[in-house]
Design a protein around this ligand. Structure first.
Ligand code: CA
Length: 239
């Protein structure tokens, strides 16, 4: 069976050991890069399926590693960093990281779920157009990308064209955090003002239409100061 290779970029050997042990126990093959330059070199020679990246590295900054790898590779990158400032998360995501996990890692389960989500998205990106147009489904919410329709427990929900674009974009990236800037660029185009206000207004309307309790959303979550994360596609009804 094909095992996915995870390139762990982490200068603390002990932490690498812990991560490697968890991942190996869960069926992954791991490799270690202890510096940024090593990560860039191994990303190219090893062609890992996914890269876990610490931002604080002894040689070059993790942000630089993301930018360099992104010039030639779409390999999923999950940032694992002790820097929990929102600004750093946004910068890493906008530089091309796919997701981030804050150190210390509190939930192994959560980390493995994030890795699976990234691998699934990267597999889908390599498939043909029709496959990526598969409907989104989560807890009674269904989005049909071909008919451009949204329904809740079988009843059509009326969204404005802008609201639909926002929901569809988040759904196509479900399970991953999407920055405010990425949503704005996708919906309003590259020359849109990067003011979040109009996005927040639209999101409030979307939540009023989709969520039973907009204050405790189950479909679209807010990552404060960073962006939104839509519930993973394919979640069945939870009790
Ligand atoms: Ca470090």
């Amino acid at each position: 069976m094909h095992k996915f290779t995870v390139l762990i970029t982490e200068d603390e050997k002990q932490l690498y050991g812990v991560l490697s042990k968890i991942l190996t126990a869960n069926g992954y093959r791991t490799s270690w890069a202890a510096s940024g330059m090593e990560a860039i070199s191994l990303a190219s020679s090893l062609c890992p399926d996914i890269i876990l990246l610490d931002l604080g590295l002894p040689d070059i900054d993790g942000m630089e590693v993301i930018s360099q790898i992104r010039t030639w590779s779409g390999c999923p990158i999950i940032v694992i960093s002790a820097r929990d400032s929102e600004e750093d998360k946004v910068r890493a995501l906008d530089a091309g990281a796919d997701d981030y996990i804050t150190k210390p890692i509190e939930s192994t389960h959560e980390m493995l779920a994030r890795i699976r989500t990234c691998l699934r998205h990267s597999a889908q990106a390599g498939l043909d157009h029709r496959v990526s147009q598969q409907p989104y489904q989560s807890n009674g919410l269904e989005i049909d990308f071909l008919r451009r329709s949204v329904s809740l427990d079988g009843t059509l929900v009326h969204l404005t064209p802008i609201e639909y674009k926002i929901v569809a974009f988040l759904a196509q990236n479900s399970g991953k955090v999407v920055t405010y800037a990425a949503v704005i660029k996708n919906v309003w185009g590259p020359y849109a003002e990067s003011d979040n206000k109009i996005l927040r207004v639209n999101m409030a309307n979307i939540r009023r239409k989709l969520e039973k309790n907009p204050a405790q959303p189950i479909y679209i979550f807010t990552e404060v100061g960073v962006g939104y994360r839509m519930a993973e596609n394919g979640m069945l009804n939870n009790p």
